[in-house]
Design a binder for this molecule. Sequence first.
Ligand code: G
Ligand code: G
Ligand code: MN
Ligand code: NA
Length: 253
Amino acid sequence: AELLERLTAAFNDKQLFLVYQPQIDLESGAVIGLEALLRWRREDGQMVPPDRFIPVAEQSGLIDSLGLWVFKTACHDMQRLIAAGLAPKLMAVNVSVAQFKNPAFVGQIEQALLDSGLAANRVELEITESVAALGHGVVEPLLQRLRRLGFSVAIDDFGTGYSSLAYLERLPLDRIKIDREFVSQLQQGQEARIAALIAQLGAKLGLRVLAEGIEDAAVWRKLQAIGCHEGQGFHIAKPMPFDDLPAWLREWN
Ligand code: G
Ligand code: G
Ligand code: MN
Ligand code: NA
């Protein structure tokens, strides 16, 4: 409860901000997207990791307004990049399962998108496998609505949560993100079995596959060898504040 009070105050005092991590095509190196990631810097300068405060926001319902703020801010920043002629194809925004449960969610992001003037096909929503817990009677129509609006949808942290393959196959998805746990196995020289299986699964289902957590050039090459075409990670770029993006984007290509 104490953390919730501090988080609510931080939200009101604008201590929360977004950083952006580039996503690239592993073949050409071209930047294909940016993932928006939430950060909290306390007044004393200490960072509070999202793994600590997002669950608190989810349990309290604060995630609805916080998530909407993330969405609006990411759309606004994407518009600024477009105006500067620097925007990649996609802005990826994480959406919590708790937001999905809110019946007002789709209407709210639709309105926020309209207000921003951004086209829906420039936005990808990242959801985790745990949406499966809501049941496909809920999730499938919701995803269909989002895709009809023009958003694309990615499954984040794939392979770590619960979701049956049968379930995954039915969902209208665009992309799978291989969790960095499996990508780090490549780093440690272990067999790339799970990452390779996910890449094959993606290809079979006609989905794009992106690997998270690329920390060196060797892993980048191994991912290409197993048929994974997209990636993000510290070796390419760490998540950075908006103000650092223009210079990075100009440098990279
Ligand atoms: O950026 P970092 O690796 O510290 O993020 C840790 C976790 O927090 C990741 O699982 C990430 O998806 C999640 N996260 C970061 N920003 C957001 C956000 O804006 N909304 C939601 N729901 N999750 C986020
Ligand atoms: O679960 P999600 O994909 O949303 O999490 C993204 C998180 O992963 C971000 O918080 C980001 O800081 C972190 N991250 C991104 N690239 C790397 C990487 O190469 N190595 C590690 N350890 N973490 C990374
Ligand atoms: Mn994510
Ligand atoms: Na992830």
